[in-house]
Write a protein that binds this ligand. Structure first.
Ligand SMILES: Cc1cc2nc3c(=O)[nH]c(=O)nc-3n(C[C@H](O)[C@H](O)[C@H](O)COP(=O)(O)OP(=O)(O)OC[C@H]3O[C@@H](n4cnc5c(N)ncnc54)[C@H](O)[C@@H]3O)c2cc1C
Length: 351
């Protein structure tokens, strides 16, 4: 291991907590690495990327995908090392107050401190469990709705029973020619008012599930749905299919590396410390008495965790970073963007 392989802080997880920690650790002039299990930063926000988000301080209502773009941009301010598609399985303490982080692929990363920001684990979309489904993901089988435009005047089939499925049904019903909803349970797990509205404006089939896709290799034309109890089959003509079956989360063994846990979450002090010196935690994977399980809460945890990591490495370091508005670190960057005022103008004009 060379000196350049060693980081001051390695952040496991590139969700809101991890991204904000990367930015803030840059402000504290730490050598930062972010390790993310998926092929992109953003964390759980990707699972509702099409939704409009209102409750993040200081930003106007915007789609989550737009917020992700902004967060990624901010996280990269101080050029941290970002490793994607890399899942950390565990960490082990080494000599000289170093930690080794072990990836699922068998590689090692080295760090003086670690911030665990793994949120709800690595989320995977629940896909249709059918061999033929995969080949239609590029055409008319969708797991998310990027734009409602393509559903205009079409026969749409939606499978799912949660809030997301119900929300999309209502929204697409305004544009589509017909919308049929298939759910394998009688009851929907969504807001009652929305379920009632959905039932009024669409063709709801329960308890049915998709059992067969019929297509020509390029597009699906028909879908067989089967009654869960009677086995009765119905063939539906379709133009577009939306499957909204939720997500599964893979939680690694990190939590079993001697960390104190409570109800599946890492116990952290009000200084974001875990029970292992040098290991800190932030975001939804952590718990403490006043934990706020929101993006804003993740940001706050991230600041506290970075400040604690900095002081762990250098007990003489100030308790927090110097404010950004008067911080010399930004002098050159401010010049490049001709002042934060201009940044604000650019940002809002692109909304
Ligand atoms: C449906 C829904 C709607 C929501 N709406 C809002 C809202 O409107 N406003 C709001 O403020 N909050 C909202 N939230 C909450 C918000 O999404 C979370 O508080 C936030 O995502 C927590 O961020 P995080 O970084 O802690 O975790 P996550 O966003 O879960 O990110 C964790 C990251 O760690 C990665 N990871 C996990 N394990 C490993 C590993 N072993 N190795 C490497 N990487 C790993 C994951 O892939 C992921 O990218 C909502 C949540 C849900 C479920």
């Amino acid at each position: 291991m060379n000196e350049e392989d060693i980081y001051d802080v390695t952040i496991i997880g590139g969700g809101p907590a991890g991204m904000y920690a990367a930015f803030y650790a840059g402000m504290r002039e730490m050598k930062v690495k972010v390790i993310e299990g998926k092929d992109q930063l953003g964390g759980f926000l990707h699972t509702y990327s099409d939704k409009t988000i209102w409750d993040v301080g200081g930003v106007p209502p915007m789609t989550c995908s737009r917020l992700i773009e902004w967060l990624v941009q901010q996280a990269n301010t101080f050029d941290p090392t970002v490793v994607l598609n890399c899942s950390i399985e565990r960490f082990t303490p080494m000599d000289n107050r170093l930690f080794a982080l072990h990836t699922s692929g068998g590689e090692l990363h080295y760090s003086r401190t670690i911030i665990i920001a793994i949120g709800r684990g690595i989320a995977e979309i629940q896909r249709l469990d059918m061999e033929e489904a995969h080949e239609y993901e590029r055409s008319n089988l969708h797991y998310t709705v990027q734009s409602t435009e393509r559903f205009k005047g079409k026969h749409v089939l939606i499978s799912g029973g949660g809030n997301s499925a119900v929300d999309w049904t209502i929204e697409l019903a305004e544009q589509a020619k017909t919308v049929t909803v298939v759910h394998r349970q009688e009851e929907f797990r969504a807001m009652e008012r929305n379920v009632k509205h959905m039932k009024n404006i669409t063709d709801v089939r329960t308890p049915y599930q998709i059992t067969q896709l019929y297509g020509n290799g390029e597009r699906i034309h028909q879908v067989a749905i089967t009654h869960v109890h009677t086995g009765e089959n119905i063939l539906l003509e379709v133009d577009e299919i939306v499957v909204s079956h939720g997500y599964t989360s893979h939680v690694s063994d990190i939590a079993r590396c001697g960390l104190e846990m409570s109800e599946g979450m890492i116990v952290m002090s009000r200084f974001a410390e875990t029970n292992i010196p040098g290991i800190f935690s932030a975001g939804d994977c952590a718990t403490h008495e006043s934990k706020v399980r929101l993006i804003a809460g993740a940001f706050n945890d991230a600041i506290v965790a970075v400040n604690s990591a900095k002081q762990y490495l250098n007990p003489q370091a100030p308790q927090m970073a110097y404010v950004s508005s008067h911080n010399d670190l930004f002098r050159e960057k401010n010049r490049q963007i001709t002042g934060w005022g201009t940044f604000g103008k650019q940002a809002s004009s692109s909304l």
